[in-house]
Design a protein around this ligand. Structure first.
Ligand SMILES: [Zn+2]
Length: 326
């Protein structure tokens, strides 16, 4: 039951009930609403100014964690980039140098990976840290590209190394007889006065003196091109090493290979003898490069150290006569 308000009427000298018109009621009602709204707004403002909502606190803490994780991620990317750069340097300046191949060009190494807009398109929303995200996308993509190029380079190196190993195994690189004491080399490469023919003529190989029956070795991996008897060479073996290299082993007592046979460096292919035009039992050894004889003295690097090579040169008499007619 609503209370009835009274007002004193000075004309009638009586208390009379206050009559509330609809207009006055509405004015009072909306006035109350306005005051209440102002008060509520003030309270909300004071609350937001002085207190942080729990949800906002939680989001802020998560944001800090994400920032730390982001920094750690970028540090890892920096370390990974540094490692890949080290691999590139090692690739170019060590592996490729050893194998005698050119380093990869900067153009190949730094092939374009596309612009930043490529990654902006990946973002479906207009994120606050868009630049940061795009730059990280770019860093990751550059790393992926560098890793891919490096992998291709290693594939190349592996393939070339296998080819080089095959070539190095094929090239003549040891002495054709056992000569650890370095005293077997009798006649060197160059012009000699021939004791049988009484004329000066080039000696196109090396003569190693050794007792009859001393084993003769293939000086590199090869295929037997010929193994036969020749009037001047006697029993002789021709080896084809590929890569434009061939070797000849003449005046053998006998050989134990046949045409077409594959031999490895160090395999016994025959034995020292005195067959053909010779003065004494010895091995006449030739190396041919592109079908021309060259000096074999420079092809003992798998057999002799630098010191042994120098000792061999010093122990050899360059004026010693040839023991044959080659
Ligand atoms: Zn000779």
């Amino acid at each position: 039951m609503s209370k009835i308000k009274y007002i004193y009427n000075t004309e009638t000298c009586k208390y009379e009930p206050v009559k509330v018109t609809p207009k006055k009621f509405l004015v009072n009602f909306f006035g109350f609403l306005l005051a209440a709204s102002i008060m509520a707004s003030g309270l909300i403002y004071v609350f937001h100014t002085n207190f942080t909502p729990l949800r906002e606190i939680e989001l802020s803490e998560n944001n800090e964690v994400l920032k730390n994780q982001w920094d750690i991620l970028n540090e890892h990317l920096t370390i990974a980039d540094h490692k890949i750069n080290q691999l590139q340097v090692r690739d170019d300046s060590i592996y490729r140098t050893i194998l005698d191949i050119l380093p990869l060009s900067p153009t190949t190494r730094n092939a374009s990976i596309g612009g930043a807009e490529r990654f902006s398109n990946l973002l479906s929303e207009n994120l606050i840290a868009e630049d940061l995200i795009v730059s990280t996308y770019e860093r990751v993509e550059k790393l992926r590209r560098k890793s891919y190029i490096q992998t291709l380079s290693y594939d190349d190196i592996t393939k070339i190394e296998a080819e080089k190993e095959q070539m190095w195994a094929a090239q003549p690189a040891i002495q054709p007889i056992h000569n650890k004491e370095l005293t077997r080399l009798h006649t060197t490469y160059g012009p000699r006065f021939h004791p049988i023919l009484n004329i000066w003529r080039p000696h196109k190989g090396l003569d190693f003196t050794s007792p009859k029956g001393t084993p003769v070795y293939a000086t590199g991996d090869a295929i037997v091109q010929r193994a036969n008897y020749s009037k001047s060479y006697g029993f002789v073996v021709y080896l084809d090493h590929g890569y434009d290299y061939k070797t000849r082993y003449a005046h053998l007592f006998k050989f134990n290979v046949k045409k077409g046979q594959q031999v490895k460096r160090g395999d016994i292919i025959g034995y020292v003898g005195n067959t053909g035009v010779t003065e004494a039992p010895h091995l006449h050894y030739e190396i041919l490069y592109k079908n021309n004889q060259i000096n074999p003295i420079d092809f003992f690097h798998r057999d002799l150290s630098v010191e042994e090579y120098e000792k061999l040169i010093n122990l050899t008499n360059d004026d010693a006569p040839a023991l044959d007619a080659h």
